[in-house]
Design a protein around this ligand. Structure first.
Ligand SMILES: Cc1cc2nc3c(=O)[nH]c(=O)nc-3n(C[C@H](O)[C@H](O)[C@H](O)COP(=O)(O)O)c2cc1C
Length: 341
């Protein structure tokens, strides 16, 4: 089992959210958490602007690259290309219900074809020595996709999920990240697919019991440190998506899970001050500092100053974003800026 870094928490891949700017910001809040890229298709890596898609700041490591693909050969090529970048893990997306993805036999619809997933994992493993992982759901339901593995267009029970594991385990993925809901491939938007199918954590816990040697990471609806502690008594690690993005200060608590002594003393002021040189650097290169700062909108979530912070960041400013940040440091409530997070 290639488990070269023993992380307990990761931040989920999220399109339009977990870009390199968000990951830089997240790394100011947590040093140990594994960060994921947004999903990138193998086609984009092969034919697109690789530097733009794959470059990242070395402070972001450990970072996992998530790839969506439907074809083992293309996937092999994409992983080989990504070898020139210092990613710590390569992850296959088998959980995204989006039509654009699942309609092309990528993402969650792959779950109907576990043999193909196994082939894809093997192909990734032959292209890299890095850990190769897969993110999937506990099941899927579709009125269009059927297969010999899924003759009735759905599976949503532990027996079927175990059969799925047995098949993909032939390729020995280094970790399974499991979103504890089924994906409903038609009729629900991707957003609804993250809320409407009920969470079934027990199914993931029971899978871990059946496959004690598989490294299992649980995902879906996790919002508090207490919940993280509870999940860690059943599975190996926990993946957090929306709560980390909308309330980034949550991430500042994560490192203490490894060792209470390790946690940094962070305040919102230190975070903003640490972000300043990064924003100045983006501005000096003519890059989009507004986009980078948009990922920090939740920094004052549930704190006095939250609406002022959001207003400041969203108001088109006459000066640069770095001047705006300095102004924000002067105008936000000073006690909140200096309170430990
Ligand atoms: C805006 C957004 C974009 C997402 N994009 C991806 C993606 O690119 N790849 C993926 O595997 N999951 C994606 N997801 C799903 C998350 O990785 C995660 O599985 C889901 O949000 C459930 O976790 P949470 O309840 O902690 O947010 C996305 C979720 C959101 C909210």
């Amino acid at each position: 089992m290639n488990n070269s870094f023993n992380h307990m928490i990761s931040i989920a891949p999220m399109v339009d959210k977990t870009d390199r700017h968000f990951r830089y910001f997240a790394r100011l809040l947590t040093k140990k958490t594994l960060l994921y890229t947004e999903m990138i298709t193998s086609q984009a890596i092969i034919h697109g602007d690789r530097k733009k898609l794959l470059d990242f700041n070395p402070t972001e490591n450990p970072v996992a690259l998530q790839i969506a693909a439907s074809n083992p050969d293309e996937l092999y090529k994409a992983v080989k290309i990504a070898e020139d970048w210092n990613y710590d893990e390569i992850n296959l997306n088998a959980g995204c219900p989006s039509d654009r993805v699942s309609g092309n036999m990528m993402g969650a619809s792959l779950m109907a074809y576990p043999e193909l997933i196994a082939e894809m994992i093997s192909s990734m493993k032959s292209a890299t020595k890095k850990p190769v992982t897969v993110k999937h759901r506990i099941g899927i339901s579709s009125s269009k996709v059927t297969s010999s593995f899924m003759p009735y267009g759905f599976f949503n029970d532990l027996g079927h999920l175990s059969d799925f594991m047995i098949i993909i385990n032939k390729a020995a993925p280094d970790r399974n990240i499991i979103h504890a809901r089924i994906a409903i491939l038609e009729g629900l938007s991707p957003k609804e697919n993250r809320d409407i199918p009920p969470l079934d954590y027990d199914m993931v816990y029971n899978l871990k019991k059946q496959f004690p040697n598989s490294i299992i990471e649980i995902n879906g609806g996790i919002k508090t440190l207490d919940e993280i502690h509870e999940h860690l008594t059943h599975v190996d690690s926990v993946m957090i998506g929306r709560e980390a993005y909308s309330n980034p200060a949550f991430m500042a608590r994560f490192d203490s899970l490894y060792n209470p002594q390790d946690s940094m003393t962070l305040t919102r002021r230190t975070i903003i001050e640490d972000l300043l040189p990064y924003i100045e650097d983006l501005e000096s290169k003519g890059e989009n500092a507004h986009l980078a700062l948009s990922h920090t909108l939740g920094l004052f979530q549930n704190q006095p100053g939250s609406s002022l912070w959001k207003r400041l960041l969203s108001t088109p400013s006459l000066g640069t974003k770095s001047i705006l940040l300095r102004d924000a440091l002067a105008s936000l409530p000073q006690d909140i800026l200096d309170k430990e997070i």
